[in-house]
Design a binder for this molecule. Structure first.
Ligand SMILES: *[C@@H]1O[C@H](CO)[C@@H](O)[C@H](O)[C@H]1NC(C)=O
Ligand SMILES: *[C@@H]1O[C@H](CO)[C@@H](O)[C@H](O)[C@H]1NC(C)=O
Ligand SMILES: *[C@@H]1O[C@H](CO)[C@@H](O)[C@H](O)[C@H]1NC(C)=O
Ligand SMILES: *[C@@H]1O[C@H](CO)[C@@H](O)[C@H](O)[C@H]1NC(C)=O
Ligand SMILES: *[C@@H]1O[C@H](CO)[C@@H](O)[C@H](O)[C@H]1NC(C)=O
Ligand SMILES: *[C@@H]1O[C@H](CO)[C@@H](O)[C@H](O)[C@H]1NC(C)=O
Ligand SMILES: *[C@@H]1O[C@H](CO)[C@@H](O)[C@H](O)[C@H]1NC(C)=O
Ligand SMILES: *[C@@H]1O[C@H](CO)[C@@H](O)[C@H](O)[C@H]1NC(C)=O
Ligand SMILES: [Cu+2]
Length: 555
């Protein structure tokens, strides 16, 4: 990592200004919210096992940011991590709804640096559903090894609102694990019989795909990634890293007992115990006593058909449809493969394993610096006709690349994510893909190889949901569409941290000539940086290369 980048953000004050973009004209008095955060390492025992966590004002998850659409949020961040840079990503911020913030540097996100952003609609605007109360549920996977080692293993536990349970009898000698530490007692959601609750669920896992279930209570899904959903009822909900959902539950069960909330790993053979919290019916039942039943075990981990069924059910609410453009100007097909480079495992798109150059793209493009990155166009597709996506490639070698996709400003772009076999026979993985700077329309999911002639005929152009994170299923494809109307340089990457660091990402440039002059501070060291357009500047400003990139895939 470059020394200049290091000094810039280390132990400095950083001002982040977050504009809650307004999509309606009915904007009443916009407010300004001021937050003062100090980010530091603290010993925590969220699952009874004591370890260092990255905290905001001593807490993880960090404080919730609560704002109304049109408001401005100013966050003054003091980095007290001493030897580490810090970057915070305002994940998905564009519309009212539920979002998350998390670290976008190294693996600080899963080490505790995350929290919820709740954006309420302006006064006088009604949401397409009603509820009595609102509760936040942040899901995370938790690791006992240092975050630098976690790419090699399975999560130790699942945290619900920062609390989980670890079997202390398997903790090693010299490790501190206390099963009766109140810090790791399960989180409790108290409910009043007959009332309806909106649960705002966010997953910030570094690896695991999760399934969320409340014992004995169906849930109505009403919002996804900040967009209203045509309501549908589920017994349990799959949620992938980077996604947010709102579900409604009504406390209409026998109030003389409490009910488990169970969070299970899906899409990967689970080796992590069920994450638990519980619903407490108040005032009928004492708050402190967990239910006696067995927590929900969720669906079969490899029931991909069930997962696809849920994803397809997520469509725009009939009164909140954003019509997608009828056709794309350009279609980019990205074959997702697991590869080897110099004997190390990497992930690639069309045989290129992505790596950030030392100088941010935005600076290179604005300042017309040459030799920063490979300026030849990134590959538009792969050998579609001949590639066997069901086999381990006979030559698994790919190459490291820094090339990007330059999009015509305001053009309509389709991206087809195509999955394939990994380096393990008959194995393909699940990848949640996250795009910066845009919400995209989810046009469809399919199994097998995408056919550019016939499959687009089945795209949903009627009521596709808009999202910022979408899942790619094993041996399948996912099609998205977006308008390249946000000047800047934007990352598109798998939200599984180790996959991103192992090359599973791409970069889109659009309308960079419309981006204003870069502030002087971005070119050198300054005491503090007043940053607007956070996503764009900050993401580009940091050298996101992982200091010692993990080269072993989790198994
Ligand atoms: C905890 O681990 C011990 C030792 O492996 C095992 O005997 C015990 O059943 C485990 N307890 C739970 C609740 O899983
Ligand atoms: C475990 O935590 C409980 C509750 O805080 C405390 O009473 C007990 O002394 C702790 N045990 C050990 C071994 O530290
Ligand atoms: C949940 O929904 C299913 C299917 O709609 C229904 O069969 C079941 O009775 C519901 N369960 C509860 C507890 O409401
Ligand atoms: C799911 O995994 C189990 C092992 O956990 C295996 O027995 C079963 O065949 C798998 N099912 C599918 C549909 O792959
Ligand atoms: C893949 O690359 C390695 C060097 O890292 C080389 O030894 C090997 O021969 C290559 N495999 C093929 C099939 O070209
Ligand atoms: C990747 O490149 C290697 C040569 O380096 C080639 O043998 C292989 O077929 C390519 N794979 C894909 C998916 O294009
Ligand atoms: C982008 O294209 C749309 C549709 O053609 C048009 O309505 C809009 O004005 C364009 N926006 C810009 C900034 O050019
Ligand atoms: C992979 O799956 C095919 C059928 O889909 C089967 O014939 C083959 O034996 C499997 N290979 C392994 C290594 O499991
Ligand atoms: Cu991935």
């Amino acid at each position: 990592m470059s020394g200049r980048m290091l000094t810039m953000l280390m132990a400095q004050l950083l001002f982040l200004i977050l504009h809650i973009i307004c999509s309606t004209t009915l904007m009443v008095h916009a407010k300004e919210h001021f937050h003062k955060w100090e980010v530091s390492y603290q010993f925590k025992s969220p699952d009874c096992f004591r370890k260092l966590a990255v905290t905001i004002n001593g807490k993880t998850p960090g404080p919730m940011i609560d704002a109304q659409q049109g408001d401005t949020v100013v966050v003054e961040v003091k980095n007290s991590l001493l030897t580490e840079n810090l970057a915070i990503h305002w994940h998905g911020i564009r519309q009212p709804g539920t979002y998350i913030y998390h670290a976008h540097y190294g693996m600080q996100r899963s080490a505790g640096l995350n929290g919820l952003i709740r954006v309420t609609v302006p006064d006088g605007i009604a949401e397409p559903f009603t509820y009595d109360f609102d509760r936040s549920v942040i899901l995370n996977d938790w690791w006992h090894q240092s975050t630098y080692e976690q790419a090699t293993g399975l999560a130790s536990s699942i945290l619900i609102n920062g609390r989980g349970r670890f079997n202390c009898s398997v903790a090693g000698a010299g490790e501190v694990c206390n099963a009766t530490n109140p810090e790791c007692s399960p989180s409790v959601l108290t409910v009043v019989p007959g009332k309806t609750y909106r649960l705002r669920i966010a997953s910030i896992t570094s690896l695991s795909a999760l399934n969320f279930e409340v014992e004995g209570h169906n849930m109505t899904v009403v919002e996804a990634d900040g967009h209203y959903v045509r309501p549908f009822v589920v017994k349990n909900l799959n949620i992938y890293s980077g996604e947010t959902y709102s579900v409604l539950i009504t406390a209409d069960r026998d109030p003389s007992r409490n009910y488990w909330i169970g969070v299970n790993v899906v899409a990967r053979q689970p080796a992590t115990p069920t994450g638990i919290a519980f619903l407490n019916y108040y005032p009928n039942h004492p708050r402190r006593s967990p239910p006696t039943a067995t927590p929900p075990t969720g669906p079969v981990w490899n029931d991909t058909a069930y997962s696809i069924y849920q994803s397809v059910a997520v469509r725009a609410h009939p009164d909140h449809i954003h019509q997608p453009p009828a056709a794309a100007d350009r279609t980019i097909i990205l074959l997702n493969t697991q590869n080897k480079i110099d004997g190390h495992i990497r992930w690639s798109l069309n045989n290129v394993s992505f790596n950030f150059p030392h100088t941010p793209y935005l600076i290179a493009l604005k300042e017309k610096l040459r030799d920063v990155f490979d300026e030849s166009p990134a590959p538009e597709t792969y050998d579609h006709n001949n590639y066997d996506m069901y086999s381990v490639a006979s030559n698994p070698n790919s190459t490291i690349g820094t090339s990007i996709y330059r999009l015509e400003f305001n053009s309509t772009v389709d991206v087809i994510l195509q999955n394939a076999n990994t380096l393990t026979p008959n194995k393909s993985e699940t990848h949640p893909w996250h795009l910066h700077g845009h919400d995209f329309w989810v046009l469809g999911y399919g199994s097998g190889k995408f056919d550019p002639e016939t499959d687009p005929k089945g795209f949903n152009l009627v009521d596709p949901i808009m999202k910022n994170t979408v899942v790619l299923y094993p041996f399948g494809w996912t099609a998205i569409r977006f308008r390249a109307d946000n000047p800047g340089v934007w990352a598109f990457h798998c939200h599984i941290e180790s996959h991103f660091f192992m090359g599973m990402g791409a970069v889109f440039e659009e309308g960079v000539e419309r981006v204003g002059e870069l502030p002087d501070s971005i070119m050198g060291c300054e005491e503090s940086n007043h940053l607007h357009e956070i996503d764009q500047w900050l993401f580009q400003e940091l050298d996101l290369k992982f200091p010692s990139a993990p080269d072993r895939e989790e198994t």
